[in-house]
Design a protein around this ligand. Structure first.
Ligand SMILES: Nc1nc2c(ncn2[C@@H]2O[C@H](COP(=O)(O)OP(=O)(O)OP(=O)(O)O)[C@@H](O)[C@H]2O)c(=O)[nH]1
Length: 338
């Protein structure tokens, strides 16, 4: 947004050279003043723009982005129609009438929903209608209607382009934050969330439990039934884990057949109850019809006196390993639970 506003702040006054060359006094000076004010407005927008995660800030910036050229159009177009022109001046003057078309086409640059597309196109359409009303004596109503219809079509196409851009961005974000096979959060997202949850928990003093889950003898499934069967078992295990967790609990795929569960606000005892429930409800079945099992390692920030999330995860990982050594299909918890 800052780049686009900055670019317009530079390009708008550049066109003054053309205005000075083709138009005559006093029109030239009026256009130059209009362009300078427009350029300053774009420059101020570029300077004031701050990257923000708030939607209200994005809407405000985009509203200014569209309001500035719309006002310039409402000022310049009727002004030009007061002067009789021919030759190059008439051609350049006609170009000013295209400004709303450029603006609505510009909607395609932004990833927008259908409602946002309509919201930002409407003031430009209103400006076109207003200018047409002001100049009904100059052009027939059918010419104005034709221009308005074309503007409407371009707005619709540009909004569609903005919508497809938005859906592409959403799928990119989803791909980056989620594991494509199981739909769980990816390891990178899991690490970020664990970092955030650890800080929240340290500040508030609330407990935070982490469970490391490693499916048992998973390699044998791949070796005996093939990789595709292995994939299906992984998906079923992830579904089972996810559907038995509470809203707010976080499930991330950490590696091949390893998962990490983050339980914000859960004490060691609560987390142990959660793991018991997960084990009781099961993790799906192996292709030969037997139960899919897993080894669980549980750690809790307060009970284990972990001073950072990596330490907490490392304790859970070591305990998961102890569960493997102890014969698999079991959970090793924090000191007070073992
Ligand atoms: N099908 C499938 N297999 C995977 C995927 N990622 C990792 N694996 C396999 O998972 C297997 C993990 O094997 P191991 O680390 O030996 O673990 P295990 O057989 O479960 O043995 P234990 O952990 O001791 O119970 C390896 O054969 C990997 O190739 C995946 O996305 N799909």
């Amino acid at each position: 947004m800052r780049m686009v506003a900055g670019l317009f702040a530079l390009l708008t006054p550049l066109w003054m050279i053309v205005d000075v060359l083709v138009f005559t006094w006093p029109l030239t000076i009026m256009l130059v003043v209009g362009r300078l004010i427009t350029s300053i407005a774009f420059g101020m927008l570029a300077r004031a723009y701050r990257k923000s995660t708030k939607m209200a800030d994005a809407y405000r910036a985009l509203a200014f982005m569209f309001a500035i050229p719309t006002l310039f159009f409402i000022y310049s177009h009727p002004l030009l129609s007061h002067f009789h022109m021919d030759g190059p001046a008439a051609a350049i003057s006609a170009g000013y009438a295209f400004l709303p078309f450029v603006m609505v086409a510009g909607l395609a640059v932004f990833p927008l929903t259908a409602a946002e597309g309509v919201l930002f196109a409407l003031p430009v359409l209103a400006a076109e209608a207003l200018v047409a009303l002001m100049q009904l004596n100059l052009l027939s109503w059918s010419s104005h209607l034709g221009a308005f219809w074309l503007l409407l079509l371009i707005a619709a196409v540009a909004s569609l382009a903005g919508m497809s851009q938005l859906s592409f961005m959403i799928s990119l974000v989803k791909q980056a934050s989620h594991d494509t096979l199981t739909g769980c959060f990816s390891r990178a997202s899991g690490e970020e969330m664990l970092d955030i949850q650890f800080h929240i928990s340290s500040r508030s003093g609330a407990p935070l439990a982490v469970v490391f889950v490693d499916l048992d003898d998973f390699k044998r499934i791949n070796d005996r039934f093939g990789h595709d069967s292995g994939d299906r078992v992984l998906q079923a295990a992830a579904d089972a884990l996810r559907s038995n967790l509470r809203a707010g609990d976080i499930l991330a795929r950490w590696g091949g057949e390893e998962f990490v569960i983050i339980l914000p606000g859960a004490s060691g005892a609560t987390a142990a109850t959660t793991v018991a429930r997960l084990r009781e409800r099961g993790l799906g079945t192996r292709p030969d019809g037997t139960r899919m099992t897993a080894s669980f390692g549980l750690a809790e920030r307060c009970a284990d006196r972990a001073d950072n999330w990596r330490k907490l995860l490392e304790i859970a990982d070591q305990r998961m390993y102890q569960a493997k050594v102890a014969g698999k299909d079991c959970c090793v918890g924090c000191a007070e639970q073992t």
